[in-house]
Design a binder for this molecule. Structure first.
Ligand code: NAD
Ligand code: UGA
Length: 471
């Protein structure tokens, strides 16, 4: 088995995965030239910006890019050249849920993966290892191989690997520096195993050998969907229990602590919340549901679907609690929503629960002040417009205002809703917030973030998700 030595890598897709992942590869492998390409010029310009105003906010990312950019890390819109120069190509493009056609609302839209694959076939003039980095349904690698083989030039050989990414936003750089595992799937042929070793050798520059797992292609593809489904399932499970806590007087923190103490369960990912968001959990579960249905496994499909159903219920339940508690009406009342990103330490808003909460408050005719430390204002307007497509932006802007600080957002409000667990919300001057609010002043903590007792001493009426105390 002759192992190919990887010296030039191209990554197609300069997004939340392609950017940080390949920047870290470049940092840790100074002998490898890494070029990240994208069709989106504005995104590439931001990656190349002289003042390092990168297109995504991720703690530690700027430092990595500062060290590697223009050394062995390059960002370019020249996709064809990137492909031609590389020995190994990561396909790290978006795979959103299909909006129309067969499988709409469930299946992954593989159009971007297919276009990138066809481009590789069209322009490659030498052998390539093509690595599926995007999250895709089981057996997508087979389709990629068929497309590549049907369109390639003579003497051009393609080996396909699956190497799903497990980073979480907000901790992407530390996840990439010290991954729990790197998973590489390949065909179990001599050539497939050689390609797998070539990629494993790249990661071996900083990842211990016992953390690099090599498996079959289909297991690798399915493991990624399975990992996300099982993580999301834990959140829906704890959120389902949070509803029981609220009804019984139990405390979800104490329940999670007690349950998580069992070493078989473990303490992580048991934080009750207003619901999970992010670009992947819902998308990947719906993808798994679609896969199960396509495989004529309706009970399996139904099982996984419930994880998403419970998440929707949790968001709805939370907005209803706000309305119920504010004396069954929030019409004309000002609600401060703190946080718009789907989690702390990111500017990403995809599937953020804050979007659903604000849409619910809008439909109750409330006035909403939003503040988020990272999310761009245009992004907030774009998300709110997408959430209420029949309402013109001008009407949305009559109800929603974007503020430049938490204090400003809370001024003259009846209630504060914590939608994202940004640390700064724990540390704001709550005495000052209280003085500026209408009374009674309510806080709804959807993230188990603030010290409820401290806030009650100030005078707030506090409602925390998963806590049964009565106000
Ligand atoms: P993203 O939307 O941030 O980035 C994808 C990029 O690909 C975009 O910039 C787009 O312009 C570019 N692109 C699309 N088609 C292209 C083409 N044909 N040629 C060149 N560029 C093209 O998406 P993301 O969040 O980075 O996710 C990428 C994949 O990784 C998805 O499958 C996702 O499920 C998976 N994933 C995401 C995360 C995460 O935290 N965001 C984590 C693990 C896995
Ligand atoms: C998640 C997975 O954690 C990554 O391993 C995976 O690579 C990624 O999806 C992906 O495939 O895109 P991410 O969505 O970036 O990462 O962030 P998470 O930390 O998983 O949080 C997802 C959502 O769940 C957030 O809204 C978060 O607030 C919520 N969450 C998380 C909870 O409500 N409770 C918890 O205990 C943990």
């Amino acid at each position: 088995m002759s192992t190919v030595k990887v010296t030039k890598i191209c990554c197609i897709g300069a997004g939340y995965v392609g950017g940080p992942t390949c920047a870290v590869i470049a940092l840790r492998c100074p002998h490898v030239q890494v070029t990240i390409v994208d069709l989106n010029k504005a995104r590439i310009d931001a990656w190349n910006s002289p003042d390092f105003k990168l297109p995504i906010y991720e703690p530690g990312l700027e430092d990595v890019v500062r060290k590697a950019r223009d050394r062995n890390l390059f960002f370019s819109t020249d996709v064809d050249k990137g492909i031609q120069d590389a020995d190994l190509i990561f396909v790290s493009v978006n795979t959103p849920t299909k909006k129309s056609g067969v499988g709409a609302g469930f299946a992954a839209d593989l159009n971007y993966v297919e276009l990138a694959t066809r481009r590789i076939a069209a322009v490659a003039t030498s052998n390539k290892i093509v690595v599926e980095k995007s999250t895709v349904p089981c057996r997508t690698a087979e389709s990629m191989r068929t497309i590549l083989e049907a369109n390639s030039k003579p003497n051009c050989r393609f080996d396909i690997l699956s190497n799903p990414e497990f980073l979480a936003e907000g901790t992407a750089i530390s996840d990439l520096f010290k991954p729990d595992r790197v998973l590489i799937g390949s065909l179990q042929t001599l050539e497939g195993k050689a390609a797998c070793s070539a990629l494993a050798e790249v990661y071996a520059n900083w990842v211990p050998a016992d953390r690099i797992l090599t498996v079959g292609l289909w297991s690798s593809e399915l493991s990624k969907l399975a990992a996300n489904a099982m993580l999301a399932q834990r959140i829906s499970s704890i959120n389902a229990l949070s509803a029981i806590c609220e009804a019984t007087g139990a405390n979800i923190d104490e329940v999670a602590h007690a349950v998580g103490f069992d070493s078989r369960v473990g303490p992580k990912f048991l934080r009750a919340s207003v619901g999970f968001g992010g670009s992947c959990f819902q998308k990947d579960i719906l993808n798994l549901v679609y896969l199960s249905e396509s495989l004529h496994l309706p009970e399996v499909a139904e099982y996984w679907k419930q994880v998403v159903v419970m998440n929707e219920y949790q968001k709805r339940r939370f907005s209803k609690t706000v309305v119920d508690t504010l004396f069954n009406t929030i019409t004309g009342k000002r609600i401060a929503v703190l946080g718009f990103a789907f989690k702390a330490d990111t500017g990403d808003t995809r599937e953020s629960p804050a979007i659903t909460l604000i849409r619910d408050f809008q439909s109750e005719k409330a006035l909403i002040n939003v503040y988020d430390p990272q999310v761009e204002h245009e992004q907030i307007w774009a998300d709110l417009t997408e959430a209420s497509p029949s309402t013109p932006l001008a009407s949305i802007q009559k109800q929603v205002s974007i503020c430049s600080s938490a204090l400003e957002a809370c001024k003259n409000a009846e209630a504060v809703v914590i939608a994202t667990e940004w640390k700064e919300f724990r540390d704001i001057d709550w005495e000052q917030v209280y003085k500026g609010m209408n009374k009674p002043a309510f806080v709804f903590d959807g993230r188990l973030l603030v010290d409820a007792d401290k806030l009650r001493k100030i005078g707030f009426k506090v409602n925390t998700i998963g806590r049964g105390e009565r106000m």
